[in-house]
Design a protein around this ligand. Structure first.
Ligand SMILES: O=C(O)CCC(=O)C(=O)O
Ligand SMILES: [Fe+2]
Length: 378
């Protein structure tokens, strides 16, 4: 059982205590394990290990034992998956009322928050095969906002499915913990590049509008043994840092780390093979996203990954995951920070030509590049 759980409600399809172990004999990646409690204690050796990992593959296990934030994440992830299960059980036409990318509720902006139905993303441009996962992106700003009237929440207002709206406190607590863990890691990483951690914290203030969200994903059980059947196609995350909780295998990383923040048709841009990431009890899987590459001009790596149904006997279970994406505040200009460890722009003219986008524009473009379809988008 990967993470401590309270007993599931009757008839739940999310039952981690029943999952068989990850099968042997598959090509897996050996990720390093970093201790959150050591990072909280400013352990210099642990800090150096994270720094080296983030310059390389940019993926690691984060052991959540022995800290309040870690505990909130371990316990909260299971409860959030259950809120997700109740949401996904709603009729499809009701879920489609929360479609992400559609014009938001009256007076609210269009956004990447809300529901993505099965098949909304092309998994393979050549064959036209589509993804098989559904997910719900729950906005940090709406869950953590201190509004007397929930209709005033800044993103979707109170237009969230009841199983999510009823659990605002759960989401808010989880988001604060995950965001805090993200800030701890990002702060120590940029510090090692000669950048004042405040520079990165000022671009990711918890109380400011940002693309941060919890994504709850449900992937259906595996239909056939042959690979691959794609739940979430090959991608790098758009944000700055990602904290992922999953219980079944299915996540795969590309064997060679890809350094580019520019998506090349959604496919890996260096030769290699897909390696399975085995869920590890009590640990989150942490990775950097494209914004971390942008802020450091490519010093850090945004690891390429995808999700298939779980392998072997694990594959007969629906697969849930709970992800927290830390993203820059909406109005932050996406450009490299200045620090002795960050390369200076090569030539002035090239630097001038580069378009300076805000984080919200940049993330929207990254999503379009990845094949996400937005109703009404050109
Ligand atoms: O479900 C997982 O294990 C990973 C999900 C993921 O990569 C994503 O939602 O960006
Ligand atoms: Fe991802």
């Amino acid at each position: 059982m990967p993470h401590a759980e309270s007993p599931p409600p009757a008839n739940s399809e999310f039952n981690p205590s029943e999952y068989p172990p990850f099968p042997s004999g598959l090509p897996t990646v050996q990720l390093e394990t970093i201790s959150l409690s050591k990072l909280l204690a400013r352990d210099a050796e642990e800090q150096t290990r994270v720094f080296e990992i983030c310059k390389g593959r940019g993926f690691f296990y984060l052991d959540l034992a022995d800290s309040t934030a870690g505990d909130t994440i371990v316990r909260g992830a299971g409860a959030i998956a259950r809120a997700g299960e109740r949401t996904f059980a709603l009729p499809l036409d009701e879920k489609m009322g929360y479609l992400m990318g559609a014009t938001g509720p009256a007076g609210k902006p269009r956004s990447l928050f809300g529901y993505k139905q099965v098949g909304a993303t092309l998994a393979d441009k050549a064959t036209g095969v589509r993804d098989t996962a559904e997910f719900f992106n729950v906005a940090k700003d709406d869950m953590t906002a201190a509004c007397a009237d929930p209709a005033d929440m800044p993103r979707r207002g109170d237009s969230w499915p009841a199983p999510i709206l009823e659990q605002r406190d759960l989401f808010a607590g989880y988001m604060r913990a995950a965001h805090g863990v993200g800030m701890l890691i990002l702060g120590l990483l940029v510090d090692k590049l000669g950048v004042d951690p405040q520079e990165i914290w000022n671009r990711h203030r918890l109380g400011e509008l940002a693309g941060d969200h919890v994504r709850i994903t449900r992937g259906p059980p595996r239909e056939k043994e042959e690979m691959p059947e794609i739940q979430t196609p090959s991608h790098t995350d758009f944000g700055t840092i990602t904290i992922l909780m999953n219980w079944l295998g299915g996540l795969q990383v590309w064997s060679e780390s890809s350094r580019s923040a520019v998506l090349t048709d959604g496919q890996p841009d260096v030769p290699g093979e897909w390696l399975w990431v085995v869920p590890k009890p009590g640990c989150a899987i942490v990775n950097l996203g494209d914004a971390a590459v942008k802020f450091t001009d490519g010093v850090f790596c945004s690891g390429r990954h995808r999700v298939t149904p779980a392998p072997g006997p694990q594959g007969k279970f629906p697969r849930y995951s709970v992800v927290y994406f830390v993203r820059p505040e909406d109005t932050v200009i996406m450009e490299a920070l200045a620090g002795e460890g960050i390369p200076k722009p090569q030539t002035e003219p090239a630097a001038e030509k580069e378009e300076k986008l805000t984080a919200s524009e940049w993330i929207y473009r990254q999503a379009l590049n990845l094949g996400t379809q937005f109703p009404g988008a050109k």
